[in-house]
Design a protein around this ligand. Structure first.
Ligand code: MEV
Length: 423
């Protein structure tokens, strides 16, 4: 194993090309590897360099488009950035099977974000709580002065909440929530700035000591909802429906299953969140925290049988995403993705994302409850395996086809096929 010091003084001050040269030098990368990293594809080096610290290149992930989706009566094409082979196909399949029953119907609870201000060392927390609540008008003023642009777009401070939380080591902390309408922005910067502006005032009114001033990713006032109906004809009958319901019940009652179930949902959601240049980790943290809100981690979706015997599915999850700011604006691919989605508000964007999550989950549960996940997954994965075995160009498709025909999608078999083909 190569060893070298990770201490590279002034690395961040170097132009990106020099930074890469230095990295190549220190880690002993081959000229091919250096050339590979120097190719930033369709994300200009200057943009990549402006987005993060110490950028040395870009990392391409396939961008696919899921077809068949109808959301609120509108046909929508869904660009998805993912490295997992079966994710796009899953959305296409689920959407095809509910097209005849109208596709996905969505709604949103609002575009409210929460910023938290943690106040400690308050001897009289309940008294302090009321003192803070009394200052709502002034807090509103400070918040709105902090972000006049948001105000101009119809957003801004909406409400105030103050909670007294008991600390494990005794004592209490007083936690103030600023509830802010961030409109088409995800809003992290806006609400963080507001929390920082309000904190000194809270300290002054209460004599407490403020520490953290940051948004909550449990954006439970920004819930996106989607529902869809799958008829028995579309899904292949009662046994399939009942299998899906039973799979859902499993996730509802067992956190071990719920984690995997929700991971599948996030396969879809994160792929489209990433493609749109939004913050995948913020959405993921919110989703999982929301899934655990009852005290037990559960499914983000629900599946039931309606009075006509159809399978009906719903999803509800926090979806703090924006159309303005961050990578949504600076990343050229994200801009194209937003054009393909054809949405004109963050609200619409979040609703489409929720529909994608439900679609993904339907397909996963259907596969799991019937043939099992591996058949479809491995068929889609066969090309990956072919590449791993060294196939190039037309060989990739040929090897993948052979693997599927043999029913053995394995690297060793792919190598064998490749050798035979080349011979
Ligand atoms: C794999 O990435 C996702 C699934 O495991 C989801 C699920 O089990 O519901 C198939």
């Amino acid at each position: 194993m190569q060893t070298h010091s990770s201490r590279i003084s002034g690395f961040h001050n170097l132009p990106m090309a020099d930074r890469l040269a230095k990295l190549v030098d220190i880690s002993g990368l081959t000229p091919d590897a250096a050339e590979h990293l120097a190719n930033t594809g369709n994300l200009e080096a200057a943009i990549a360099d402006s987005m993060i610290e110490n950028a040395i290149g870009t990392m391409n992930i396939p961008l696919g488009v899921a077809t068949n989706m109808i959301v609120d009566g509108r046909d929508v094409l869904i660009p998805m950035a993912t490295e997992e082979s079966s994710v796009v196909a899953a959305v296409c399949n689920a959407a095809r099977q509910c097209r005849d029953s109208g596709g996905f119907v969505t709604s949103m609870s609002g575009s409210l974000m929460i910023a938290q201000i943690q106040l400690t060392q308050v001897p009289d927390p309940e008294f302090a709580r009321l003192r803070i609540l009394e200052q709502k008008a002034q807090i509103q003023q400070v918040c709105d002065d902090t972000d006049p642009v948001l105000l101009k777009h119809g957003g801004g401070f909406r409400d105030l909440e103050v909670r007294v939380l008991n600390e494990a080591r005794g004592g209490a902390m007083v936690v103030t929530h600023l509830i802010v309408d961030t409109r088409d922005a995800m809003g992290a910067n806006a609400v963080n700035s507001m929390a920082e502006a309000v904190a000194p005032l809270i300290a002054q009114w209460t004599g407490g000591r403020p520490y953290l001033r940051i948004l909550s990713n449990l954006a439970d006032r920004r819930l996106a909802r989607a529902r869809a109906t799958w008829t028995l004809d579309a899904i292949g009958g009662e046994a399939v429906r009942d299998g899906i319901i039973s799979a859902y019940e499993f996730a509802h009652i067992d956190p071990y299953r719920a984690a995997t179930h929700n991971k599948g949902i996030m396969n879809g959601v994160s792929a489209v969140v990433l493609a749109s240049g939004n913050d995948t980790r913020a959405v993921e943290a919110g989703a999982h925290a929301y899934a655990a809100r009852s005290g037990q981690y559960r499914s983000l979706t629900h599946f039931e049988v309606d009075r006509d015997g159809n399978l009906v599915g719903t999803i509800e999850m926090p979806l703090a995403v924006g159309l303005v700011g961050g990578a949504t604006k600076s990343h050229p691919t994200a801009q194209v993705v937003l054009d393909i989605l054809g949405v004109d508000s963050a609200d619409q964007l979040a609703r489409v994302f929720a529909a994608v999550g439900l679609a993904q989950n339907f397909s996963a549960l259907k596969a799991l409850a019937t043939t099992g996940i591996q058949k479809g997954h491995m068929a889609l994965h066969a090309k990956n395996i072919a590449v791993m075995a060294g196939a190039v160009g037309a060989e990739i498709e040929a090897v993948a086809r052979e693997l599927i025909a043999r029913g053995k999608v394995r690297v060793d078999i792919a190598e064998e096929c490749l050798q035979q083909m080349r011979a």
